[in-house]
Design a protein around this ligand. Structure first.
Ligand code: FMN
Length: 175
C-alpha cells in the first residue's frame, strides 16, 4: 500500500497517533509544515490528523481546499480532542459538519480520537482562552447541550490518548 500520514500537532497527541498509524502501516509520515499538497499526489492513500481547536481540525484545509487535486485518492482524516464520551455522538457530528461539505464526505472518512490537554502545559493564549471560556460558562443558568459540553470540556484536563483507538482507521485504510 502506498500511504502517507500527515499531522499537525501543538501539544503532541496528534503526533503520537500519527506515529502509531505509520508504525502499524509501515508508511511515510510528515509533519504538516514539511509538506505541500503536490508532494502528496504520489500516494494512493492519504491520512491526515489534526487537533481540535474550537471544533476546527487543525490544518485540515490542506486537504479540503485541494479536493480537485485529490480526486481518486483514499482519504482518512482523524481529529484528536478532549470531548468527554457522553457527548461524543453529538459532538463528532458537529465536527464533521463544521469541517467538511457533504461532497467531501463522499471521499473522506473521518475518525475522532481522544487527545490530551494538560492546563499547565498550554501556551499562555490557550490557557487564557480556556479559563475565559470556563468563567463565561460558569454563570449560565440553563446551559444548552453545547454549553454543558463546553463546561465539561474546560474541566477535562488529562491525557486520554489510546493506541488501540486507531484500529478502525487501520482497518479502513487496509480495506
Ligand atoms: C484553545 C483550545 C481549544 C480547544 N478546542 C477543542 C474543541 O473544540 N474540541 C475538543 O474536543 N478539544 C478541544 N481542545 C483540546 C485539544 O483538541 C486537545 O488538547 C488535542 O489533543 C490537541 O492536539 P495536539 O496537541 O496534537 O494539537 C482545545 C484545546 C485548546 C487549548
Amino acid at each position: 500500500m502506498n500511504a502517507v500520514v500527515v499531522y499537525r500537532s501543538k501539544y503532541g497527541s496528534t503526533k503520537a497517533y500519527a506515529e502509531w498509524i505509520s508504525e502499524e502501516l509501515g508508511c511515510d509520515i510528515f509533519e504538516y509544515k514539511e509538506i505541500k499538497i503536490d508532494d502528496l499526489l504520489k500516494y494512493d492513500t492519504i491520512i491526515y490528523g489534526g487537533g481540535l481547536y474550537a471544533e476546527v481540525i487543525n490544518g485540515v484545509y490542506l486537504l479540503t481546499k485541494n479536493m480537485d487535486k485529490l480526486k481518486g485518492k483514499k482519504i482518512a482524516v482523524y481529529s484528536t480532542g478532549i470531548t468527554p464520551l457522553e457527548y461524543r455522538e453529538y459532538y463528532d457530528k458537529l465536527v464533521i459538519q463544521k469541517n467538511f461539505t457533504p461532497e467531501m464526505l463522499e471521499q473522506i472518512k473521518v475518525f475522532n480520537f481522544m487527545g490530551k490537554m494538560i492546563l499547565e502545559e498550554l501556551s499562555l493564549p490557550h490557557r487564557t482562552a480556556i479559563k475565559a471560556l470556563k468563567a463565561l460558562m460558569k454563570n449560565k443558568e440553563n446551559p444548552t447541550e453545547m454549553e454543558k459540553l463546553l463546561i465539561t470540556l474546560c474541566d477535562a484536563s488529562g491525557d486520554f490518548t489510546d493506541r488501540t483507538a486507531i484500529k478502525e482507521l487501520i482497518d479502513y485504510v487496509k480495506m
